[in-house]
Design a binder for this molecule. Structure first.
Ligand code: WAQ
Ligand code: MG
Length: 226
């Protein structure tokens, strides 16, 4: 298997990224798909696009996909409160999402105090080396498959209470909140259309081993099955 990564930007500001793993015979189709995703993006013109192909040499870790819930009226405060994340932490998380910084990856916050615990600056932690082959032919969009895969990875580790996601794409207004126990809950109209506000916030225990967790998210090859 090969890891494929794409990153596109304009004047060094993040526009779009993508990552997956695939077999050799699917590399050409995957880089074509990622080229189109990054180069023709609703967030605007791109002046830099990087595609990276790397052979996977480590064994795959298998993760069971989170269950996807579709209720129209999921209330963010309620579901976050059910997952051991304080309202202060949620408030701080939302302030990272609804600011003008364009992060490439996820921000990791204390679920208790809301203090930022990772030290990756404006880059954030990017979940990479994952694939979701068992639903490739399903009716779900690439965006939703990607989102369920990322949430399955971020919430898998012990000491993680939940992940909140808002797309930074100008016209996509559905986000989600996910936990290992409660599953993947879509949240409609989480932002107003027309802004680049967005991001991913992972709420964790203060005692979580940060370098093990980041290594798991960025480096361990992860295969998600339904
Ligand atoms: N790892 C960590 N953070 C990421 C990753 C990744 N692989 N990919 C994106 N991010 C961060 C980054 O800060 C982006 O700005 C932000 O998340 C949003 O990414 O209808 O489309 O790809 O059920 O714009 C969720 C709802 C859609 C899907 C999320 O996010 C549904 C989405 P985007
Ligand atoms: Mg985006």
């Amino acid at each position: 298997m090969y890891s494929i990564k794409m990153r596109a930007s304009y004047q060094q500001n993040h526009i779009s990224g993508g990552e997956t793993m695939c077999e050799a015979e699917n590399i050409a189709a995957t880089i074509q798909r990622f080229f189109e995703k990054g180069f023709y993006h609703e967030n605007g013109e791109v002046d830099f696009l990087n595609l990276k192909i790397e052979k996977i040499t480590q064994p795959l870790t298998h993760l069971h996909s989170l269950v996807r819930h579709n209720e129209v009226k999921t209330n963010l405060e309620d579901i976050v409160a059910q997952s051991n994340v304080s309202s202060l932490a949620l408030k701080k998380g939302l302030s990272y999402i609804f600011n003008d910084v364009l992060y490439t990856g996820a921000i990791i916050l204390s679920a208790q105090s809301g203090k930022r615990l990772d030290t990756t600056g404006q880059r954030g932690v990017r979940v990479t080396n994952f694939s979701f082959p068992s639903i490739h032919s399903s009716e779900l969009s690439e965006r939703i498959k990607d989102a369920i895969s990322i949430a399955t990875c971020t919430t898998h580790f012990k000491g993680v209470y939940g992940e909140l996601c808002v797309s930074d794409d100008v016209h996509y207004t559905t986000g989600y909140y996910a936990t290992k126990q409660l599953g993947y809950h879509r949240i409609f109209n989480i932002k107003e259309a027309g802004t680049r506000h967005g991001g991913r916030i992972i709420f964790v225990d203060d005692n979580l081993n940060m370098s093990d967790y980041i290594h798991f998210l960025e480096c361990t090859p992860k295969r998600i099955f339904a």
